[in-house]
Design a protein around this ligand. Structure first.
Ligand SMILES: Cc1ncc(COP(=O)(O)O)c(C=O)c1O
Length: 255
């Protein structure tokens, strides 16, 4: 490849033979950790930046702003470095030290916010970047939680890859639900190919999505340790109406 950016996506899909033994279903895993930044979020970082470039919203030299549990930040760090953007990332102070260190090594300006602040607090993870973007219009707030280019990136890449790799033999797509971009974007593509495919989201206990999906009930969010899934607020990319079901995941089982 000419650039590390060309190595994003087209990840392998592998049958989980041992785990599937004795089950009615055969489970396959798409190895998103094999993206250069170590997660599926490389895809959205590249797609959201390149779309913003094509539409003239940003140009090299600009500063990109985002809040991330770490993986989108890593994807953006790689894309920004390659393309000549500066990057400012708002991160919860509970995010693993290794992730934060790695971002700093890549030259990212990391702002750590107190994870215990409620989502409506102006200094909270949910509000800090919004307020910063309002104060400083030179920052481009890429906003993976409301930017539908996130979902579109999975509609354009993850969905078609899964369809091709599985030769269309898919009954369920199951994914961790963070922004919902993966499941809603790839899921929209798969449902267009075969409307019988069911989409199942995984939400941590303490996140608001599950109860909203099941009963349109807004719970008071509670803390959980698993990273990259769930939220304290309903967000624009979480197109919950598209899902067929949601399951809850406890920290104990997740680790
Ligand atoms: C490693 C990893 N997988 C999955 C997700 C969730 O994906 P999505 O935001 O597309 O729902 C995240 C979100 O941060 C993540 O970091």
């Amino acid at each position: 490849y000419e650039s590390v950016l060309d190595a994003i996506g087209r990840t392998p899909i592998v049958k989980l033979g041992n785990i599937s033994k004795g089950l009615k279903a055969t489970i396959w895993a798409k190895l998103e950790f094999m993206n250069p930044g170590g997660s599926i979020k490389d895809r959205i970082a590249k797609y959201m930046i390149e779309k913003a470039e094509r539409e003239g919203r940003i140009k090299p030299g600009d500063t990109i702003l985002e809040n991330s549990s770490g993986n989108t930040a890593m994807g953006l760090a790689i894309v920004c470095r390659q393309k000549g953007y500066k990057l400012k990332i708002v991160i919860r102070n509970t995010t693993s030290k290794e992730k934060i260190k790695m971002l700093e090594v890549l030259g990212v300006d990391v702002v750590k916010v107190d994870a215990s602040l409620p989502p409506e607090h102006p200094e909270s993870y949910n509000q800090y970047a919004i307020n910063l973007a309002k104060k400083d219009p030179s920052l481009y707030y890429i906003d993976q939680h409301n930017n539908l280019d996130n979902n579109e990136s999975h509609y354009m890449t993850t969905g078609p890859e899964i369809w091709e790799q599985m030769e269309g033999k898919i009954d369920y797509l199951i994914a961790a639900f963070g922004t919902g971009g993966t499941l809603c974007g790839a899921g929209r593509f798969l449902k267009e190919k075969n409307p019988n495919i069911k989409l199942i989201g995984l939400d941590p206990v303490g996140s608001v999505f599950y109860d909203w999906f099941k009963n349109k009930k807004m719970i008071t969010p509670a803390r959980y340790l698993v990273e990259g899934m769930g939220d304290e607020l309903l967000i624009g990319t979480a197109q919950l109406d598209m899902l067929d079901d949601m399951k809850q995941v406890e920290d104990k089982k997740a680790f």
